[in-house]
Design a binder for this molecule. Structure first.
Ligand code: GN1
Ligand code: MG
Length: 364
């Protein structure tokens, strides 16, 4: 590994010598290493080396172009804000293809802390603000220059159709085991797909969205716990604003982790939901249309079902997409998301009321 990292570092013209490196296990798709260099003057500087998963991102060059467009835009608009800094090779590229299959990129390491679960209401509200600000910063960005790097990424209807096709095929013989899960998904299939159908029909505005708004995609200052920068820009594409909201709360308002095997620990925390919503809506409400605000709860439910469907689809087709650390990892993830979706369904009216109150307070 050290040899590979050395070659990559040279390609990106990093100075000094590798002092230490470690694998970062967060993230279900790409492989990431924190690599620390000793500069000629003995000081240390760290970078993140990332090998992009080209099975998932079929055209990684397009991703890097998207990232370049978006980070340049944000940097020019907010010169004082910390932005992601990707390194370039001698050829002026922000990626390097090593051997045939390895697509590498290098970004400066930002000393910070991230949260996989979070109980601090203040931090949750700040996360909402960070993703809301991110979206408003891009509200005048020309989304037509962006590639749709994973087509239909958050097309819930298509995701569900694909799942049911794969259930029909049952290529790994795992369908019988997940009958109950399939029954529940089938019972909410139409409701969960509704917003994606409206979006396809042009009834919901097309925004430039992040599309992976887990709270661990925000870096926080270690001391102040204030957000520093939104990261993981791999899936920036045109999309629905409310899905960014929904994806964030399905993660941050879960009382447990995304792959909690003990379902009794999994529920949807309305207080955390309220805190995130307050932060997000305070930043975005001026630019959002009524149809986007009115469907925030439905979006939360829909994307939770969508992710359950994606995990289940991966499980019944042989675990080829998401990184699994044990054999039934995708099934555990599916069950956890379904538990959460059921709880969101139960609390639906209460959640709508929370949104209503936030809007009323902002208008008052
Ligand atoms: C994947 O690898 P990571 O954590 O950035 C996935 C997201 C899922 C997420 C679930 C490109 O993101 O869509 O919501 O796992 N990214 C891709 O944890 O599929
Ligand atoms: Mg991601």
């Amino acid at each position: 590994m050290l040899n590979t990292l050395n070659t990559i570092g040279q390609k990106f013209r990093l100075v000094g010598e590798i002092y230490s490196f470690e694998a970062i296990t967060m993230g279900n798709i790409n492989a990431t290493y924190k690599v620390t260099y000793k500069n000629p003057d003995e000081t240390l500087k760290s970078y993140l080396f990332q090998r992009v998963n080209i099975h998932v991102f079929k055209n990684p060059v397009q991703i890097m172009e998207n990232i370049d467009h978006v980070t340049t835009f944000i940097r020019e608009k907010n010169p004082n804000q910390i932005a992601l800094h990707f390194h370039h090779t001698d050829e002026g590229l922000n990626y390097f293809i090593y051997d045939e299959n390895a697509f590498w990129r290098v970004v400066n390491f930002v000393d910070s802390v991230t949260f996989n679960t979070c109980d601090d209401i203040r931090v949750i509200e700040a996360t909402g603000k960070a993703f809301g600000t991110f979206q408003t910063q891009l509200s005048d960005f020309d989304g037509t220059v962006l590639y749709e790097t994973i087509p239909n990424f958050h097309n819930t209807k298509k995701r569900l159709d694909t799942l049911f096709e794969h259930i029909e095929a049952d290529s790994c013989g795992r369908v019988l085991e997940v009958k109950k899960e399939i029954e529940y998904i089938a019972s909410v299939r139409e409701k969960a797909a509704e917003l994606s159908v409206m979006y396809a029909n042009g009834e919901i505005p097309k925004r430039v969205t992040h599309n992976d708004t887990k709270c661990n995609n925000v870096l926080f200052d270690k001391k102040t716990k204030e957000p520093i920068v939104v990261i993981d820009l791999d899936t920036i594409m045109p999309g629905m604003s409310m899905y960014d909201f929904g994806d964030a709360v399905r993660f941050i308002a879960n009382t447990s982790t995304e792959d909690e095997p003990h379902l009794s620990k999994v529920s949807f925390d309305t207080e955390k939901f309220a805190a995130f919503a307050k932060g997000f809506i305070s930043e975005t409400h001026k630019s959002l249309k009524p149809v986007e605000i009115e469907n925030l709860v439905k979006a939360t439910f829909s994307i939770t079902i969508e992710l359950a469907a994606r995990f289940l689809d991966d499980y019944i087709t042989g675990d080829k997409y998401f990184r699994c650390t044990y054999p039934k990892h995708n099934l555990v993830r599916t069950r956890c998301q379904l538990q959460l979706a059921k709880d969101i369904e139960r609390k639906w009216d209460e959640l709508e009321l929370i949104i209503k109150n936030i809007i009323e307070n902002l208008e008052a």
